[in-house]
Design a protein around this ligand. Structure first.
Ligand code: HEC
Length: 121
C-alpha cells in the first residue's frame, strides 16, 4: 500500500518533469560561429567562464559550461531556445536588478549566441 502511494505521488511528475527534461532539446536556429564571435565582442567572458572562448574566465556570473544540458536558466526560467534568447537580450526585464546588464543585442545576435551556448554539453 505504501509503495502504491509513492508511485501515485510520483505520477503527476511524469508529465510535469518531461517538460523540464526536454527543455533544451529543439535546436536553436542561430549561427554558432557568429555566436562565438559575438560572445567575444560583447565581453560576456568578463563575467562568465565560457568553454571554447579564449579569455572568457570571469567569475561575476555563473560558468556557462554544460549550458545545453541545464534545466533552468537564472534560477527559474526553463532552458528553452526562446527563453535563452530572451534572457540574453534582456536579463534586466526577467530578473530586475541582477548583475547581468542588458547588452543591447539584436534578436538575431542573441539567437546566434544561443546557438553557441547550446553546443556546450
Ligand atoms: C557584468 C557581468 C555580466 C556580463 C557582462 C554578462 N553576464 Fe550573463 N550573467 C551575469 C550574472 C550575475 C548572472 C546570474 C543572474 C541571475 O541568476 O539572476 C548571469 C547569468 C547568465 C546566464 C544564465 C546562466 C545560468 O546558469 O543560469 C546566461 C546564459 C548568461 N548570463 C549569458 C551571458 C551572455 C551570453 C553574455 C554576453 C552577451 C553575458 N551573460 C554577459 C553576469 C553577466
Amino acid at each position: 500500500m505504501r509503495f502504491f502511494l509513492i508511485v501515485l505521488a510520483a505520477l503527476p511528475c511524469l508529465a510535469g518533469c518531461d517538460v523540464w527534461q526536454s527543455a533544451a532539446a529543439p535546436g536553436p536556429s542561430g549561427d554558432v560561429q557568429q555566436g562565438a564571435q559575438l560572445i567575444v565582442k560583447s565581453g560576456c567572458g568578463t563575467c562568465h567562464e565560457i568553454p571554447g572562448i579564449s579569455g572568457a574566465d570571469g567569475h561575476v556570473g555563473p560558468p556557462l559550461d554544460h549550458m545545453a544540458e541545464r534545466t533552468i536558466i537564472a534560477g527559474f526560467l526553463p532552458n528553452t531556445p526562446d527563453n535563452m534568447r530572451a534572457w540574453i537580450e534582456n536579463p534586466q526585464a526577467i530578473v530586475p536588478g541582477n548583475a547581468m546588464p542588458n547588452m543591447e543585442l539584436k534578436d538575431d545576435e542573441a539567437k546566434d549566441i544561443t546557438a553557441y551556448l547550446y553546443t556546450l554539453r
